[in-house]
Design a protein around this ligand. Structure first.
Ligand code: MV4
Length: 454
């Protein structure tokens, strides 16, 4: 087992990783920018190293400074968390070259899955259903036009180096192809330094369903069920739940088998997520693979009993997948609400203010993963995630009820937060019915005063 893990991240995930390490008896090194001096990950790690000024490129994205911090503290492994360098093949490689175990995939796997067109080919070859479309990179707008005319509209043009909705265009008629191709190509070129594009048939009103996998270094891979992530706004997830209200045991086995086949085809080690689009006929298609721990991992923990960060660390330390994680049966229902310091009344504009008062809910089946505290000054430099409120209950209705109770107990004064927005969604009949897709929030009308007396 590792003796000391350097956590190349901040915020709630840094704290989450510190907790897992300490339960495993592993020492921790926090790194922080000058904007995070008073952050909880700095306080709770065994050691902390200031790595630079606030801007990401000078601190959490600065590989030489991270490596230097690992060297002076004598760390033997590096956990990248999510975001920042978690899916940088360069960081994975440089960690290994400096004799730190990278608690994440090899550079080869990160690159293979980061190239979305290549990832699709790899999955297809492994027998995983993929969205119908062209094979490989388009030679230019002419080929895009030809293929689109052939497969019929609407289609999606996607940047191979993109992902999460970036460098993506919807096209619903022949006269839109050239323009969409050219703008997406330019966007991809300037955004990712790579203009490779591919084309697929458009899947109407899909659900976003993702499957958690865990692989060990002995050739074994298990799936830990699915997460329903269709409640998103501009490709930012706001609410996730497990199990999905539309996935039954038969579909779960199919999704799980596909995810395992995909993982096996690249000899995946550690935690990973296979994202699928699920259409109205419950047919599913591979979309992307995330080669990191995800924000929403706790809901899977709640319904499986697994500690995903501990397992991730154990897998990279050479352990075998524990017997009890094979053929898992999901227990009860879990929901996560992302509490962001954003104003839902003003287009979710960030609200990075000082937290004047702070009270988190508790009681049975309630979990908070947060780095916030009373008096915390939210830095302006990073994402606005303040924490995650996660509930677990016997079934979906009870989980929604418990989330409503927990949201009601929560007090955060100072910044505006997404809490009132979550309360409105939890009270929404369509959300409660479980009958929704990725377009839900586009038509959701948030009325902040709904249900109030005055
Ligand atoms: C699609 C699609 C429909 N058809 N691809 C958005 C994020 C990126 N990972 C892929 N995305 C989509 N790809 C085809 N062929 C619809 C989306 C999509 C979406 C997917 C998941 C969650 C929310 C979404 C919101 C809008 C569009």
């Amino acid at each position: 087992m590792f003796k000391k893990v350097l956590i190349a991240n901040r915020g709630e995930i840094a704290l989450r990783i510190i907790r897992a390490c300490h339960e495993l008896g592993v020492k921790t090194v926090a790194v922080y920018s000058t904007a995070d001096e008073y952050s909880l990950h700095v306080k709770f790690a065994d050691e902390a190293v200031c790595i630079g000024p606030p801007a990401g490129k000078d601190s959490y994205l600065n590989i030489p400074r991270l490596i230097a911090a690992g060297e002076i503290t004598n760390a033997d492994a590096v956990h990248p968390g999510y975001g920042f360098l978690a899916e940088s093949s360069q960081f994975s490689r440089i960690c290994a070259e400096n004799d730190f175990t990278f608690i994440g995939p090899t550079p080869y796997i990160i690159d293979a899955m980061g190239n979305k067109s290549q990832a699709k080919k790899t999955m297809k070859k492994a027998g995983v259903p993929v969205v119908p479309g062209g094979e490989g990179i388009l030679s230019g707008p002419e080929e895009a036009q030809e293929l689109a005319d052939e497969m019929g509209y609407p289609v999606m043009l996607k940047a191979s180096a993109g992902g999460g909705g970036r460098g993506m265009r919807f096209v619903d008629s022949p006269d839109g192809v050239e323009r969409a191709y050219n703008t997406a190509f330019q966007e991809a070129l300037s955004g990712f330094g790579n203009g490779d594009m591919y084309i697929e048939k458009f899947i109407e009103n899909p659900r976003h369903i993702e499957v958690q996998i865990l692989g060990d270094s002995h050739g074994n891979i298990v799936h830990l069920g699915e997460r329903e992530c269709s409640i998103q706004r501009r490709h930012q997830k706001l609410i996730e739940e497990s199990p999905s209200p539309v996935v039954d045991e038969t579909l779960r086995q199919k999704l799980g088998a596909a995810a395992i086949a995909g993982g096996k085809s690249v000899n995946y080690i550690g935690v990973g997520t296979i994202e699928f689009l699920l259409d109205k006929n419950n047919d599913f298609y591979f979309m992307e693979m995330n080669t990191r721990i995800q924000v929403e991992h706790p809901i899977t923990e709640m319904v499986t009993g697994a500690d995903l960060i501990k397992q991730q660390i154990l897998m990279h330390a050479g352990e075998k997948i524990p017997e009890n994680l094979y053929n898992i049966k999901l227990q009860g229902h879990s929901i996560e609400c992302r509490i962001n310091a954003e104003d839902p009344n003003k287009g979710f504009i960030p609200s990075p203010l000082k937290i004047e008062s702070y009270h988190m809910p508790g009681g049975k089946g309630v979990r908070i993963d947060s780095h916030a505290y009373a008096g915390y000054q939210i830095p302006t430099y990073y994402d606005s995630l303040l924490g995650k409120l996660i509930v677990h209950a016997k079934n979906r209705n009870r989980a929604i009820n418990r989330m409503q109770r927990a949201l009601e107990e929560t007090i955060i004064e100072g910044p505006k937060t997404t809490i009132p927005y979550h309360q409105a969604i939890m009270a929404n009949d369509q959300f409660k019915s479980g009958n929704f897709d990725t377009s839900f929030l586009e038509s959701f009308e948030f009325n902040p005063n709904e249900g109030e007396d005055e």
